[in-house]
Write a protein that binds this ligand. Structure first.
Ligand code: ARG
Length: 292
C-alpha cells in the first residue's frame, strides 16, 4: 500500500475577492452578492476537499484569517520537498500579510511530524511557493518560474536550498502570472501546459526535457477554465470542470479526471492546485538516480 498524499488546505472562512492583483480578480462581482458568493465558495471548497479525500489524500486544515482572503491558496505558502518547507515571500503587500500565518501553519505541521524543517529566504527576493515551483515526480526535478510574481534570483536559491535539479521556466504574460496556472507535470511523465503563457526559453526547456508524445497542449478554453491548475494524485487528476475534449484526452492516457465547480475561486485567479499544498513530495533516493 502506498502512503497517503498529505495535503494542506485553508478553510475558506474569510475568503473573499476584495482587491485586484491579477486580471482574473473581480471584486465588483463578489461585492454584488457577497452572501451568495461566500456560500458558493464554502460548497465549492468542501467538494474539492471531498474529491481529494476520496482519491486517497489526507487533508491538513489551516484556519482562515481576517484580512488575508488569499490564504485560501496555500500552494503559495511554501515549496516543500523531502520534509523541508521553504517559506514564500510575496510580491504584493496584500499577500505579504499571509507570511506569518503560513509560518505558523508550517511550524505546526513540523511540531506534529508531518514535515521536518521550515526555512526562509535570507535576502530580498520574491518567491510565491509551489505556485511558481512545481515538483515533477516522474523526472525528479523542479520546474521553476520567474515572472510577474517570483524573482529571477529565486531560481538558483531554490536549487541551492533543496540541492535538486531545477529547470527555469520564465513566464510570458501577466494573465498567467504563476507557473501552476499554465503548467502541470503528470505522474506518467506527460506535461499538460498552455504554450502562449510560456516564454520562448521556457518552451525550449520543456522541449529539451520531454518527448513529443509527453507534451499535452492545453487550449485557450482549458487554460481560461483553470483546468491546467490541477492536482494529480497517481492516476487521478482533479481540476476545475474540464471541457469534454480535455477530459477525453487525459482519459486516453489512462488518467481518471474529476471535475469540480471552482467558480468562486476562479474569481480570484485560482483553481484546484492553488487551493492545495502537497507536503509529502520526496526526491528519489540517490541510489536510484541515473549517473550524470
Ligand atoms: N488571488 C491570488 C493571487 O493573485 C490567487 C492565487 C492563486 N494561486 C496560485 N498558486 N496560482 O495571488
Amino acid at each position: 500500500m502506498t502512503a497517503k498524499a498529505q495535503i494542506l488546505m485553508t478553510r475558506p472562512t474569510h475568503y473573499e475577492v476584495a482587491y485586484e492583483i491579477n486580471s482574473w480578480m473581480k471584486p465588483g462581482v463578489w461585492s454584488a452578492g457577497p452572501k451568495a458568493q461566500k456560500a458558493a465558495a464554502r460548497a465549492s471548497w468542501s467538494t474539492l476537499r471531498a474529491a481529494l479525500e476520496a482519491s486517497g489524500a489526507q487533508i491538513h486544515d489551516m484556519p482562515g484569517a481576517k484580512g488575508v482572503p488569499d490564504l485560501v491558496f496555500p500552494a503559495n505558502a511554501a515549496v516543500v520537498l523531502d520534509g523541508k518547507a521553504l517559506l514564500a515571500r510575496f510580491r504584493h503587500p496584500q499577500r505579504r500579510r499571509e507570511e506569518p500565518h503560513n509560518r505558523l501553519a508550517l511550524e505546526g505541521l513540523r511540531a506534529r511530524g508531518i514535515i521536518k524543517e521550515v526555512v526562509s529566504f535570507d535576502d530580498d527576493l520574491f518567491q510565491e511557493g509551489a505556485g511558481d515551483c512545481l515538483w515533477d515526480s516522474a523526472r525528479g526535478l523542479f520546474w521553476v518560474a520567474s515572472g510577474p510574481r517570483s524573482s529571477l534570483g529565486s531560481v538558483d536559491r531554490i536549487a541551492r536550498v533543496f540541492g535538486e535539479e531545477v529547470v527555469h521556466m520564465p513566464l510570458a504574460t501577466e494573465r498567467y502570472y504563476h507557473l501552476d496556472t499554465c503548467f502541470c507535470p503528470l505522474s506518467g511523465g506527460e506535461v499538460l501546459y498552455y504554450p502562449p503563457a510560456l516564454s520562448e526559453a521556457a518552451l525550449a526547456a520543456l522541449h529539451a526535457r520531454t518527448r513529443s508524445d509527453q507534451r499535452l497542449e492545453a487550449r485557450d478554453q482549458d487554460a481560461a477554465g483553470f483546468c491546467v491548475n490541477a492536482v494529480n494524485l497517481g492516476r487521478t487528476i482533479i481540476m476545475a470542470r474540464p471541457p469534454a475534449h480535455l477530459a477525453a484526452r487525459l482519459e486516453e492516457r489512462g488518467y481518471r479526471v474529476i471535475g469540480v465547480d471552482l467558480d468562486p475561486f476562479i474569481l480570484s485567479g485560482g483553481g484546484a492546485f492553488c487551493m492545495t499544498l502537497r507536503l509529502d513530495h520526496m526526491a528519489p533516493p540517490l541510489t536510484t538516480r541515473r549517473a550524470a
